[in-house]
Ligand binder design. Structure first.
Ligand code: PCA
Length: 325
């Protein structure tokens, strides 16, 4: 059977077989962020390792920048088997299920070691929820700490009132609303255009996405807060995963474990470098001021309490495990 990728997608097939002689499975892997971002570069390295560790049985092609499926469509594509594998920022799923906000609770885990602990605490319950959505997580990788991009100096919520700010998930929309701003949900791939056309006049993100989107062309100020480090993750369709023999599963998991660790280390290594690039391109990059920080801390405390109330036992299990570490 020889199917082109396009035809197999049209048929809704999870896996396309190629007539290479060997029985390699060709997997298309949609990713949401720029090809040159470390998340996407690790996707390419992951595909290489998977080919190596599965003896060529699984041949993954990376499609970065939302080119195959836009960021907002990747989860559904993998769940339904339109794509066997894909990458997405996990907390974007929180509009369907609040458990996925575990890594967007401001001031709960603010450093790389704390973020790693929090993932270890969250892993069990999160994987259970993913399984119920027909997904298996292979690896996760954090973004650097989150901060605020503006066109002007901002010292407190007063300066944010009425400002249209781009959000990337429910939690960032909550932060923006709590500050009195107006959230606009926009994928990173569309961010440059949104800033150019005045759809948004700022956003919450790490130095990484500001650098990727060259936002100094439109914005002037970055305020470091680093109150949370949201994670991207690579997910596989559960049916596809369960259809693999155990050796192939082990090969994929070994590649995933190595890439998850390497991607996390790269994120940490680049976090200061991104700030330097923003500065080198003319932006002011400073710590958020004391009044703004205090306001954000109050918002974070409310968000933590609301998340615990919304997630019940599973949220409590994550929080208790994390606090006990
Ligand atoms: N960059 C992504 C999510 C978090 C981050 O640092 C974005 O802005 O879409």
């Amino acid at each position: 059977m020889k199917l082109t990728t396009v035809a197999s997608l049209a048929l809704g097939a999870a896996v396309s077989l190629v007539a290479t002689g060997a029985s390699a499975e060709k997997w298309d892997m949609p990713m949401a962020y720029s090809a040159t971002n470390y998340h996407s570069e690790h996707g390419v390295m992951f595909a290489d390792k998977v080919r190596e560790y599965t003896g060529g049985k699984i041949d993954i092609t990376i499609h970065p920048g939302g080119s195959l499926f836009g960021g907002g469509d990747i989860k559904r594509a993998v769940q339904t088997g339109q794509a066997p594998i894909g990458e997405r920022i996990m907390s974007a799923h929180a509009n369907e299920d609040p458990i996925y906000n575990w890594d967007n609770l401001p001031f709960l885990a603010t450093t790389y070691p704390a973020g790693e602990k929090l993932w270890q605490a969250a892993k069990g319950p999160v994987n259970k929820h993913l399984g119920e959505s027909n997904l298996v997580a292979l690896y996760t990788c954090p973004w650097p700490g989150q901060g605020f991009y503006f066109k002007k100096e901002v010292n407190s919520a007063k300066d944010v009132a009425g400002v249209k700010l781009r959000s990337y998930n429910a939690a960032t929309a909550t932060v923006i609303e709590s500050l009195g701003g107006t959230p606009v949900q926009i994928e990173a791939a569309e961010l440059t255009q949104a800033l150019a056309t005045g759809v948004a006049d700022g956003f919450i993100s790490s130095g990484s996405t500001g650098y990727d989107r060259k936002v100094w062309e439109h914005l002037s100020h970055y305020y470091k807060v680093s109150a949370w480090q949201p994670r991207n993750y690579v997910m596989v369709n559960k049916g596809v995963w369960e259809g693999l023999d155990s050796e192939t599963q082990a090969g994929l998991q070994k590649a995933a474990d190595e890439i998850g660790a390497s991607c996390t280390a790269k994120s940490e290594e680049l976090s200061e470098w991104y700030y330097e690039q923003l500065e080198a391109n003319g932006m002011s990059v400073v710590d958020a001021g004391p009044v703004f920080m205090e306001e954000l801390q109050a918002i974070g405390a409310t968000m933590q309490a609301e998340w615990l109330a919304a997630t019940g036992e599973d949220g409590k299990a994550i929080m208790d495990a994390y606090k006990g570490m």
